[in-house]
Ligand binder design. Sequence first.
Ligand code: SAH
Length: 370
Amino acid sequence: MEKQDIQSMLPQEIEAVLLDVGEKPFRAKQIFQWLNRGVTDFNEMTNLSHVLREQLKERFHLTAPQLLEKQVSTDGTIKYLWAMADGEAVETVVMAYHHGNTVCISAQVGCRMGCGFCASAIGGLKRNLAPSELLAQVLFSQMESGRPISNIVLMGIGEPLDNLESVLRFLELVNHPDGMHIGMRHITISTCGLPEAIDKLASYHLQLTLSVSLHAPDDETRDRLMPANRGMGIDRLMAACRRYQDETGRRVSFEYAMIHGVNDTVQQAEHLARRMLDVGGHVNLIPLNTVAERDLGSSTKDAIKKFEQILRRRGVNVTLRRQLGGDIDASCGQLRRKQERARERRGYHDQLRTDGQGHCAKRQSGLLPD
Ligand code: SAH
């Protein structure tokens, strides 16, 4: 029998397994609580009998992400590169705000959305993350940093709505009163804007914040920047946002990365203002983070200020995103890319050294155990 992922399970599901082996159902809550304290060895679950611990070991595996790299910014932002059980790496960032610590987690290993300005898209999608791997990023970043996490944003690597099933389960896990118990109102999901998935999410009536990465008010520019827009169009996306707001009663917010000479003209500001007034949305302007592989730069300070003023004058709710972690590899996907580039370089040299025995290169790159 293949071992199951107990760290992705809710107490009622653990309970069903316990009943199956003739155990008392209330043990499920104890096990769930241990898991949500980051225990990764059944032997540490000291209030369970030895027999039960052995039965659990037979049925389930327990894993903890391994810390590959940690960068600490002078402003206190911490960026982690965590390796999952199969060696795939994802980034997690802990940021300190006046309202508490926010963790930014990755939804997938890589991404298949192909946005032209984003480091995460390079190399495409490797795989989805399991609910337990989403939870582990929150839990282990909290434990490693010693900072209690009060807010979560799904704004790291990957597209959360392209891994909706795992994300929905993760929300149940992290929101559970016997788990980390983080309220839905403290959770934000960022999406490149997939209308069908937005409709599906709306049907759950969750009180979280949905943030749509818009980055352009016109299809010509958005098609160019974000392949997910092609053949779909902004009108359809906006209609889905409106339905989402009607269904959930929660305002959608919009992200707009300011890219020099691409989406920062006066006309685009006016166009964006019309779109925002139409949907009643709030806009976050973000200076583009330069990515080594991308030939795009941030708009100038003056252009951003002008853009912001136009929106404000038109009555749009707009904020300029405070940049944290500017001195570390802050933009999502950058740290993982750096590690992959290092891997590629090491792999190449190892390959030379081992005279074509490629399998050694992989092991020597540090991602596979000796
Ligand atoms: N796939 C989701 C979440 C991950 S990206 C989404 O598209 O929203 C998180 C946010 O960072 C998105 O708004 C994305 O467009 C933005 N982003 C990606 N690369 C960036 C860069 N180089 N500079 C500024 N923002 C960037």
